[in-house]
Design a protein around this ligand. Structure first.
Ligand code: H2U
Ligand code: ZN
Length: 349
């Protein structure tokens, strides 16, 4: 490792300390000594998996009727439709009366879509082949391109697993587009613009270089992409997926970069599945440059937030100190990355 970087980064310590997330400005309390606690929680065996390739009761399978009454076409690849129970509508209220300084509201207009990754009810992104994952990446990029012309923010995400409140195991994600910047995006926008103004280089491009140099938190690395447990991770096996080149948002990805993304995505998700021998639950989503003033220095990236801590059923809760004061973790980001690296996955495409 480069000496100057080595000096800048504290070696993993066994003593409690706090780490700062430069994307949000928020701190996380790290308490590695607590991993030694005698109580290790429940360690249930994983629930049996196994689903049919087509489920006649699934509202996302080809040819089936949805809850809203519409019927899905007999699709053979990906399939996108307007969410029948959308959280955002294109015509929100035009203005809202400001009653009081302490009772602020704002109008919001937007659209929500559901994106089926595959016609196969029994697959996940990890189990799909590279070409099919690549097709999902293309659809993600098309959605950002399309909705990004009308809305300031397009959130592409996947909520996977019952533990994450996902209503259906059929492989699918969602797209929410709106004419405002949501909280997390606003924080990342301010931080990246501020860093870029000072350093003339994108925060996350510099961060990728630091992590590759360091190596301890790297989970997967390809020619174009890097998956790391970020230094400031809050969730036990949180991962940040970063391009190793300058790119603002999904539509700008070139063909080879998309293919390489499909490769690293599958490898990462297979490591996740192998970690506790279960189809790993998570929320993941893409953050690309928003259509707003002052978004210089934005670097495309994806966040993976899995809830599991020690087994297929033992999850981390954000409660107590976390709700009232600050996020906290026992397992260090370095230890989590070591565990993920130790999962065996075949390296070919
Ligand atoms: P999850 O990804 O959290 O499971 O959500 C699935 C979405 O699918 C959810 O937002 C929508 C729900 O509103 N949905 C439809 O649009 N039509 C249906 O027939 C059922 C579910
Ligand atoms: Zn299905």
């Amino acid at each position: 490792m480069n000496d100057s970087i080595q000096r800048l980064i504290p070696s993993p310590t066994e003593l409690p300390h706090r780490r700062r997330n430069p994307l949000t400005g928020e701190w996380v309390q790290v308490s590695p000594q607590r991993v030694q606690r005698p109580w290790q929680g429940r360690q249930d065996p994983p629930a049996p998996q196994g689903r049919p390739a087509h489920d006649p009761t699934c509202y996302l399978c080809p040819g089936n009727e949805r809850a809203g009454g519409q019927r899905n076409p007999p699709y053979e690849g990906t399939f996108v439709f307007a969410n029948d129970f959308a959280a955002l509508v294109p015509d929100g209220p035009a203005v809202l009366p400001a009653h009081h300084e302490l009772l602020q509201a704002a109008p919001v207009a937007g659209q929500c879509r559901v994106l089926c990754f595959s016609p196969r009810h029994d697959l996940t992104l990890a189990a799909m082949d590279v070409a099919d994952v690549r097709a999902v990446i293309d659809v993600w990029a098309e959605q950002v391109e399309d909705l990004g012309q009308r809305y300031r923010w397009v959130q592409v995400f996947e909520n996977k697993g019952e533990l994450m409140g996902c209503s259906n195991p059929h492989p699918h994600g969602q797209v929410w587009a709106l004419d405002a910047l949501p909280n997390e995006v606003h924080k990342e926008n301010v931080s990246q613009a501020d860093y870029f103004a000072r350093q003339h280089s994108p925060l996350l491009l510099d961060y990728a270089t630091v992590e590759i140099d360091c190596g301890t938190r790297v989970v997967e690395c390809t020619d174009n992409w890097l998956a790391v447990v970020p230094f400031w991770a809050v969730w036990p096996f949180e991962v940040l997926l970063l391009p190793r080149f300058r790119v603002a948002h999904l539509p700008d990805l070139q063909a080879d970069e998309r293919l390489d993304l499909a490769v690293i995505l599958r490898r990462l998700l297979r490591r996740y599945d192998g970690l506790f021998d279960t189809s790993f639950p998570y929320s993941m989503g893409w953050h690309g440059k928003p259509r707003t003033e002052g978004a210089e220095g934005w670097q495309l990236h994806a966040h993976f937030y899995p809830p599991l801590l020690r087994s297929a059923t033992v999850r981390k809760f954000m409660v107590g100190y976390e709700l009232l004061a600050e996020a906290q973790r026992d397992l260090t980001a370095e230890a989590a990355a070591t565990q993920l690296r130790s999962v065996h996955v075949e390296q070919q495409q």
